[in-house]
Each structure stands twice: as structure tokens, then as C-alpha cells.
Design a protein around this ligand. Structure first.
Ligand SMILES: *[C@@H]1O[C@H](CO)[C@@H](O)[C@H](O)[C@H]1NC(C)=O
Ligand SMILES: *[C@@H]1O[C@H](CO)[C@@H](O)[C@H](O)[C@H]1NC(C)=O
Ligand SMILES: *[C@@H]1O[C@H](CO)[C@@H](O)[C@H](O)[C@H]1NC(C)=O
Ligand SMILES: *[C@@H]1O[C@H](CO)[C@@H](O)[C@H](O)[C@H]1NC(C)=O
Ligand SMILES: *[C@@H]1O[C@H](CO)[C@@H](O)[C@H](O)[C@H]1NC(C)=O
Length: 428
């Protein structure tokens, strides 16, 4: 699977690499390759993933190491991939395949269930890759957050450049599937996206995860605006709600948290269907084994795409991700407003499904003029266009709010978000 990650370096292509297990199917995989059961894999129970039945590699075996390490190198040399997203490390790091409850105790990471050979393989993989290809970026996908995932190997770490925190995507999915819009808890959204702020320099967030894109799940677009593309099948109201939430979720996930953001190809324009390869359960159909770029000719998808593009430009032109932590100074469950400052940018979100605020008070540290640089509600992004041109520039008032010296009274349409930039500093 190819991912696209945008950080301040530009556009990079990543490969989802599955070295954590292999197909059990002997017709397509290495299982029983030479007729024996232990050629590349463990024998007995250990040789099969506890829940998925897939084959588990013997990472201590020299031939297995040669095979896996040369596979990494091959993708870089032949296809020039920019990096790897290491799939499901918890499957390989533990003999319980990650299916154990983790409460945060250190002993859970260094007991008899840890596969030390797998751990050493990952260290070796990072060392070899970074030595041969210094620009290659490695990302760990490990729900158990093994200690030292992103510490340098020279300091006893595993040597990954980033780790993916799946909590954000899991939260959004749970909200969209199970929680009525007016019950979304703002403080929970903020705490999940920001985490405990330890290691966030290395944290990669994404709004939507691989389950939704490639493992049989539903993308946000499919949940929000449905799978059939005909707008006739869904009311204008639902379509508008879907479009507005899709943009807000992406914008807050992109800007509030870590220093890296990842997108599954197609999600940026609301691709309605997952990728599914031909297999027996779908009668070997190719109908979902694609990304439908032609959808960009459709209004809705084009509008979502335009928004995503401008959101990326926000970072390209104004460096969002490479700046320090966001200063989250306003979180209100009742009004459903979240606001934070990052560099010269002020982000204001109103998640309330119906309440709009004409003059909502948000604190800022610098007195001056703030100009809207991105607004999810603009018509060109499929919004309602509720803010007038004359409302694009807001001037601070000398009054304390949110623990800051000045404040703005911003117009805040329901279910919308605006990014303001301090464009003119005023001295008192
Ligand atoms: C990842 O997300 C979880 C859930 O919000 C959070 O508890 C954890 O602190 C995050 N991890 C890091 C390292 O920030
Ligand atoms: C993916 O889906 C499986 C089962 O459907 C679930 O157990 C797992 O927690 C999901 N993972 C993520 C990251 O959502
Ligand atoms: C596959 O084809 C069979 C026979 O044509 C049909 O009965 C079945 O519903 C199809 N299954 C799917 C998933 O399309
Ligand atoms: C949230 O907003 C409501 C309505 O304006 C206000 O009464 C309440 O004090 C605010 N809560 C916090 C924690 O600021
Ligand atoms: C928001 O509501 C949740 C419960 O729904 C509560 O735990 C949290 O403290 C509230 N936050 C604020 C700022 O009122």
C-alpha cells in the first residue's frame, strides 16, 4: 500500500511494509516454500498468528534476516520509496501477538512474551536502512507503544523515526459511528489528539487509519456521505454535514498535535470506498482494487480536494507542523468550541451542529489584525459561505480572555472552523 505523507520536506511516498507476519496460503506465500514447515517460520503454534492464522517469521534465522533486510533495500533501490510504515509491530514483538491488555507497566514490555529476536530484527532493520539510505524515514505502527521505539539504536532504542498514534483515528471513528454530534466532548477530543505531550515530536497522527482504507472498513467519506456517489441518495443536509465534518476533522488532526501527518491515498478527496483486492469473498472482482481519480470531476470530491490542498498549503507557506506545541487556550464543552495558537496562527473550531455565534470571544496574546487564511465553510469547499468578506479581518480588543492579554470577537458559524493569521501587530 502506498501512503502519502506531507511534512515540511514536501511530498513523500511510503510503503506499508508487512514484515510482522506472512500469508499462510502456500499458493501465494512462503509457507512450506521448500516443503518443510520451518523454512522461514516457526513450527507449531508459535508459527501462526494467534488470531489471524498468518505465518510468523523466525527472526533469529540468518536466511530470514537476509530475506527481510534485502527486501527493504530492494524497495528503496528499485522503487525509490521514501520510507516505510512498519505494519502491526505488536504482532511480531510478542508471542501473544499483541493481544494482551497493556496497562502501562514496564514489565509488560520485558517479560517472557517478548520475542527478543523480533526486537533485534527491528533494530537491525533501522540500522541497516539508515546506514544505507540516510534519507529513508521509518514509521512504527505499534499499538502497544514499545518503550524506546523512536530512540536511537545507539541509546538502546529501536531506531524508528516516527511512531503512529492510532488513538486519533479510533476516536474519530467512534464519534462518527456511535456519538450524536451534539454529544461530542471537546475536552476528550483535545486530550486524545494531544496525548500526554511526551514524545510528540516523533508522533505521527492520521485522521483515518488503514482499517478503513484497506482492511475492510469504511472511510469517513463513506460513513458521512455514503458509498454511492449519486447525490440523489442522500439529502442536501446530510451531504452538507458530511462535507463540513470531513474538513474539520482533518484540519484539527493536522494542526493541533504532533509534527507529522499521514494520509491514505484518496482520503484527501473523500474517496468513498476502501481498496479491496480480488479474492474469493468478492468473486475475484477488481471493482474496488483502485482509486477513482475520476471522482475529482464531481463537485463534492473536488471541493474536499481543494480544501485539502489549501490545508497543505497552510503548512507549506506558514510552517505549521515544524513549529512547537500548540497553545490550546480555549476548550468549551457547552459551546463546543476549541481554539489554539500555533506560531502566528489562530485556529478556531465550532463543532456545534446548530449553534452559530455572532461574536465569540477568543483570547490572543498579541494585539493586532487577524485575517482569515482558511475557512472550512467557504462555498468553494462545499460550505455555506456564511462569513462575509468584511468579516475576514478581525481586530483585537484590549480585554483579557482565556488567560491572554487581548481578545477577538469572531463570528463563528456552526460546524465550521477558521484559521486566522496575525497580519499586523498593533502597539498599544
Ligand atoms: C497516543 O494516544 C493516546 C490516547 O489518546 C494517548 O494516551 C497517548 O499519550 C498518545 N501517545 C503519546 C506518546 O502521546
Ligand atoms: C482494526 O480492526 C480490527 C477488527 O476489525 C480491530 O480489532 C482493530 O482494533 C482495528 N484497528 C484499528 C487501528 O482501528
Ligand atoms: C459470487 O458469485 C456467485 C455466483 O455467481 C453469487 O451467488 C455470489 O453472490 C457472488 N458473491 C459476491 C460477493 O459477489
Ligand atoms: C463555556 O461557555 C458557556 C457559555 O458561554 C459558559 O457559561 C461557560 O462558563 C464556559 N465554560 C468554560 C469552562 O469556559
Ligand atoms: C467536558 O465534559 C466531559 C464529560 O462529558 C467532562 O469530563 C469534562 O471535564 C468537561 N470539560 C469541561 C472543560 O467542562
Amino acid at each position: 500500500m502506498v501512503y502519502v505523507l506531507l511534512c515540511w520536506l514536501g511530498l513523500l511516498v511510503f510503503l506499508e511494509i508487512v514484515h510482522s507476519y506472512a500469508a499462510a496460503d502456500e499458493m501465494v506465500g512462503l509457507s512450506l516454500f521448500d516443503g518443510t514447515n520451518d523454512c522461514y517460520f516457526h513450527t507449531g503454534k508459535r508459527g501462526h498468528h494467534k488470531f489471524w492464522g498468518t505465518r510468523m517469521f523466525k527472526y533469529g534465522d540468518l536466511d530470514v534476516l537476509h530475506f527481510l533486510l534485502s527486501n527493504l533495500n530492494w524497495w528503496v533501490e528499485e522503487y525509490h520509496v521514501d520510507g516505510f510504515h512498519f505494519h502491526s509491530l505488536s504482532s511480531m514483538l510478542y508471542t501473544h501477538n499483541g493481544f494482551s491488555s497493556f496497562t502501562g507497566g514496564m514489565d509488560e514490555y520485558c517479560n517472557q512474551y517478548v520475542d527478543k529476536e523480533a526486537l533485534l530484527y527491528l533494530i537491525l532493520a533501522n540500522e541497516v536502512l539508515h546506514a544505507l539510505h540516510p534519507n529513508v524515514i521509518t514509521i512504527a505502527e505499534d499499538a502497544t507503544l514499545y518503550p524506546g521505539l523512536c530512540d536511537p539504536t545507539s541509546q538502546g532504542g529501536l531506531g524508528f523515526d516516527y511512531f503512529a498514534n492510532l488513538s486519533a483515528s479510533e476516536m474519530w471513528l467512534a464519534l462518527l459511528e456511535n456519538t450524536p454530534d451534539h454529544e461530542w466532548c471537546m475536552s476528550k477530543i483535545v486530550s486524545t489528539l494531544v496525548g500526554d505531550r511526551q514524545n510528540t515530536d516523533k508522533m505521527l497522527l492520521y485522521a483515518e487509519n488503514h482499517n478503513q482504507s484497506i482492511s475492510g472498513g469504511r472511510s469517513f467519506a463513506e460513513i458521512l456521505i455514503g458509498s454511492s456517489l449519486g447525490k440523489s441518495s442522500i439529502s442536501q443536509e446530510s451531504l452538507l454535514r458530511g462535507c463540513l465534518l470531513h474538513k474539520m476533522i482533518r484540519l484539527i488532526t493536522f494542526t493541533i498535535g504532533g509534527h507529522a501527518y499521514l494520509n491514505f491515498m484518496g482520503n484527501e478527496f473523500g474517496h468513498p470506498k476502501r481498496v479491496e483486492f480480488p479474492m474469493s469473498s468478492n468473486n475475484f472482482s477488481f471493482s474496488l482494487a483502485n482509486r477513482r481519480w475520476d471522482l475529482l470531476e464531481d463537485d463534492v470530491h473536488y471541493q474536499l480536494f481543494s480544501f485539502d490542498k489549501d490545508m497543505m498549503d497552510l503548512d507549506k507557506n506558514g510552517r505549521i507542523l515544524s513549529r512547537g506545541h500548540a497553545n490550546i487556550h480555549h476548550v468549551n464543552n457547552t459551546t463546543m468550541v476549541i481554539s489554539y495558537l500555533r506560531g502566528p496562527n489562530l485556529f478556531v473550531f465550532n463543532f456545534h451542529p446548530v449553534n452559530s455565534y455572532e461574536r465569540y470571544i477568543i483570547g490572543v496574546e498579541e494585539a493586532g489584525e487577524y485575517q482569515v487564511t482558511l475557512n472550512t465553510d467557504e462555498k468553494k469547499y462545499g460550505g455555506r459561505g456564511l462569513l462575509g468578506h468584511d468579516q475576514n479581518i478581525q481586530r483585537t480588543i484590549s480585554r483579557r480572555a482565556d488567560g491572554m492579554r487581548f481578545c477577538l470577537e469572531v463570528p463563528l458559524p456552526s460546524r465550521s472552523a477558521q484559521v486566522y493569521k496575525l497580519t499586523r501587530i498593533l502597539r498599544a
